[in-house]
Every structure is written in structure tokens, then in C-alpha cells.
Design a protein around this ligand. Sequence first.
Ligand SMILES: Cc1ncc(COP(=O)(O)O)c(C=O)c1O
Length: 393
Amino acid sequence: MNFEEVKKTYNDYVLPTYTRTDLCLVKGEGVWVWDTNGKKYLDFFPGWAVSGIGHRHPKVVARLEEQLARILHVSNNFYNELQGTLAGKIIEYSFPGKVFFSNSGAEANEGAIKLARSYGKGKRYEIITMENSFHGRTLATLTATGQDKVKVGFSPLPEGFKHVPFNDIGAFSDAVTEKTVAVILEPIQGEGGINTADVKYMKDMKKICEEKDMLFIVDEVQTCMGRTGEMFAYKHFGVSPDAMTLAKSLGGGLPIGALVVSEKIKDVLGPGSHASTFGGSPIVSAASLGVFSAIEEENLLENVARMGDYLVSSLLKMKEKHSVIGEIKGKGLMIGVELNIDDASGIAEECMKDGLLINCTQKNILRIMPPITVNKTDIDLAMEKLSKVLEKV
Ligand SMILES: Cc1ncc(COP(=O)(O)O)c(C=O)c1O
């Protein structure tokens, strides 16, 4: 099918809930993707962080091929060979506890919300989240999200969510009442514009949670699997959460989500309390185990540290040339470039025309999150393309 034929199928049959760019991708390999005309793009925002280790990583493909010859789906009232091994792998890199598998980030957060409410035993149910946060598009997770634009038209919204300014411990502490049972926050806000929590803020928040017997829950849907240089971003802050949620690059391109629950609360959600038909199926678990193998065997966490430094130093050099560049923020390979203009979405579009895919969020923040397999040559090429586009501003 050519692009116009593809577009017609969407216009005729697909609900128009997305603002879509005129681009149909048909092939991906590593940091590269190709469109219907065979044009090639350097993908520095791979599938909104889903293809975190690059497109069709050989280790993911090999695990999938092996699993395709065995069985694709096993319902969760039976055991499958891989789900428990994958849960063990997640626990090995995080904290002692247990894992529930879902299919997306929003569902992982729904699980976290149910966990918190169940922990509150009907007496405490309020959950505090952050302004500018993003937690998903289901009714509960869009209510948890600290951005009004996702809520318009969906009232009445579920009760029990409060938003406070990010990185303001006083505001958090003031918002706690006898009904508060948990806080959910992204250690680095993604959709919110790449805002990193302060170490002291995270530590103080954890302390307050301990004092008030509240759950400290981190949403690592976007930051997980090495994106920031640690397997999970909370590790940069010297605190261990009571629970965390994962998705996106956990599946290497396949849909998966996970709620990871620490030892002390592992019995809160018992038999019959939560379920997902597809969650943790053998095929997605195989892909996810491939992601772990790639990160371990190719030393990708070290690569993130090295390439993250290289990307930031390249951007700082570019800033000397382009006064439109403001703050450069983030950690590892989760980088936000603030532009001193009102609307930077045109910049991302121009980059696309020149064969570079990046994202623009919060109107003026360019979000640059290349696959964690990226090398210096890829970064140099991306910087060359971005610089050319910025010259025109
Ligand atoms: C931090 C965070 N949480 C949750 C979600 C929702 O994930 P999903 O789109 O897989 O439901 C996202 C998606 O961008 C996210 O960035």
C-alpha cells in the first residue's frame, strides 16, 4: 500500500483520537526506521520510548522466534514457563517483592491505584500526584494525571486524587490528610517536559510516607529499562519505593506493563483481587527477557552513561551557536532541550523532513530519547540535522 491508501483506511475506519503526523513507518532496525517511500529516518524517539533498545533488537527477535514455535498465549489460571522468570529478573534489579503483569502503562498504574486503595482498607483512599505528571488515559489514571487537558469532557471523574507542585516538599506535606494513603510520582517527568525530582525531595517524601504509613509509588513507565543509566530511575535517588509501575521499553516493542510490589505489601492484592487476560503471556515475556539479555550482555547501562554525556556535551556546544536553546535537562538518554520560543512543534516536524525523529512536549521542550544502543556516529548525525533546522529559527 502507498501512503495515501494507508491514510484512507484510517480516515474511513480509525477513530480520530490522535493528532497524527503524515508518516507511515513500515520497517525498523536499530536506530533506523523506513517509511512507505523507502525514506530512512534516524529514530531518536522510538515509539514513545517503547523501542528503547532499538527496533527489532536481535536478542528480542531471537527470543520471539523461539517462542513463536512453542505457544503464544496461556491464560493466567495456568502457569507459563516465562512469566515467573521475567518477574524474577525485574525483582533482581529492583527490590524484594512480587510482580503483577498488565499490557500497558495505564493498566500498571490502575493496579497501583487499586493496591493503594486496598492498602487503605476503605478508610484511607486519597492519592497525591504531581502537577504536570502523566499516568495514562483510563478514567482513574487520567484523573491521577496532573494535566487538565486530558480530563476535558470526561466528568464525573473518580474521587480521591490531589495534585501538588513537583519538587515542593512543603506542598506535598501540607496536602497529606488522615485520608491520604499513597503518593504516585515519576522520578523524571516525561510528558511534563523532562523534569527531574531532587534527591532530597525524594528522600523527604519517602520519610513522610514512612511516618504516615503511606505508600511511596514510582511511575517508571517511561524511565525504566536503563533509559536514565540505571535499570530503574528511582535508583539515582537513594530511596526504595513501596511499589513501581513499568511498561513501554520493558517489552522491546511488544505491549506489556508491570506493577512491582515490595515485600511488606506483597499480600495486599490477593487471589481474585486483580487480573488481566493477556498480562505476562509467554510471547511478551519472551520479548522482555530478550530486553534484559541485551542490556546485560551489551553493557547498555554503561553505554547510556557514556552516550548521555556525549549527547549533552554536543547539545551544550550547539547552544553556543543557537541562542534559541535554553536549559538542557534530564538524565542519561532522557533529555529535554528547552527552546526559547512559544511553540517548538514545527522544529520536530522540520527535523522529520530532514530524516530525524524527535518529539516536542509542553509546547517548547524537545524530547530526545534515542535507543540506548545509540553510538557517537548516530548522535553526531542527529546533532547535525537538528543544528541545520535550528539555523532557520
Ligand atoms: C510516565 C507514564 N505513565 C503512564 C503512561 C501511560 O502508558 P500507556 O500509554 O502504555 O498506557 C505513560 C505514557 O506515556 C507515561 O509516560
